[in-house]
Design a protein around this ligand. Structure first.
Ligand SMILES: [Zn+2]
Length: 305
């Protein structure tokens, strides 16, 4: 009798463990992307984040691979005249590597990228972030600059007036530096609440997510304030191959991929500053070259279909 009780207890416990593991997996599939970079005003550092073993972005290569069943095709979308995929390369956080590496790599192929910047960094000449001169040079060459909030705030935790203030500050900084007022926003940390979107709508025409999912953009059914993207943060050939396979899939379906990249490094991690999420510029160039060979079309977020 005692044994049966014990057995029942063991079975129930095992069941609870399995359910817990399942829930954790589900949650982590929808976890946010993006490095918790230092907030300019609160002193939290990316090193602190890097020490956190639960940090999902410690190593970009640890990112979950794609759930190919989850990939949304846009074959019903009004881009059926395309012969291949449409690709947009976006860069978050206004790292100096956007200018030093990404800009020069894409330029070789005649491609323009989109940088989501936080003007606070440029206004305060933060090390390893884009300077206004670099931004102006790229913008004059057709590079697209968009809003990543003035000082990379967590919009889900910001009061409405803080979000409005950020929008106004971004507009002011862009205008003061001769740039057009942004039409697009990327939510820092991929974080927002419903009220955030209501305010963003007053100022921007679209907003991009930052989740670990490999969703193509489905033009027939896209929420312009929840534009999905695919992380192209990578440090290994293996991850490059995953991304190339997604490009191939997009090509066969006339799909649209918005790639999201953070800091590129030249030869080794940290050589362009200590950002939590980093990508090998050599692997990035291979991805770009793969897209070009496949005959993909390229655009920027301000021309988002
Ligand atoms: Zn960011």
């Amino acid at each position: 009798m005692k044994f049966m009780k014990l057995l029942r207890f063991a079975i129930v416990s095992l069941f609870m463990v399995i359910v817990t593991i399942f829930i954790i997996n589900e949650v982590s599939d929808h976890r946010m992307d993006e490095a918790p970079e230092p907030f300019p005003n609160n002193g939290a550092s990316s090193q602190d984040a890097a020490k956190d073993p639960s940090n999902p972005v410690l190593n970009a290569d640890r990112e979950l691979s794609s759930n190919s069943e989850g990939v949304i095709s846009n074959s019903q979308a009004p881009t059926e005249n395309l012969n291949s995929a449409l690709i947009i390369f976006t860069f978050d956080d206004g790292n100096e590597s956007d200018y030093v590496l990404a800009y020069s790599i894409l330029k070789k192929y005649g491609i323009k990228g989109t940088s989501y910047i936080s003007p606070y960094y440029s206004d305060h000449q933060v090390k390893h972030k884009l300077s206004w001169n670099q931004i102006k040079e790229m913008a004059a060459d057709g590079w697209d600059f968009e809003d990543h909030t003035y000082s990379h705030i967590n919009m889900a935790k910001s009061a409405p007036e803080q979000i409005r203030q950020s929008m106004e500050q971004v507009n002011k900084a862009f205008t003061a530096n001769g740039l057009k007022i942004p039409v697009a926003l990327a939510y820092p940390y991929g974080k927002f609440v419903r009220e955030t979107i209501d305010i963003v709508k007053e100022y921007r025409a679209q907003a991009r997510l930052a989740y670990y999912a490999d969703d193509f953009v489905d033009l027939s059914n896209v929420d312009l304030y929840r534009i999905p993207c695919v992380s192209a943060d990578m440090r290994t050939e293996e991850r490059l191959k995953e991304k190339e396979r997604l490009v191939d899939k997009a090509c066969s379906e006339n799909g649209i991929i918005v790639f999201r990249v953070h800091c590129l490094y030249r030869n080794e991690v940290d050589d362009m500053g200590k950002e939590v999420v980093q990508t090998s510029s050599k692997l990035f160039e291979k991805l770009v070259s793969h897209c070009v060979k496949k005959g993909c079309a390229f655009t920027t977020m301000n021309n988002f279909p």
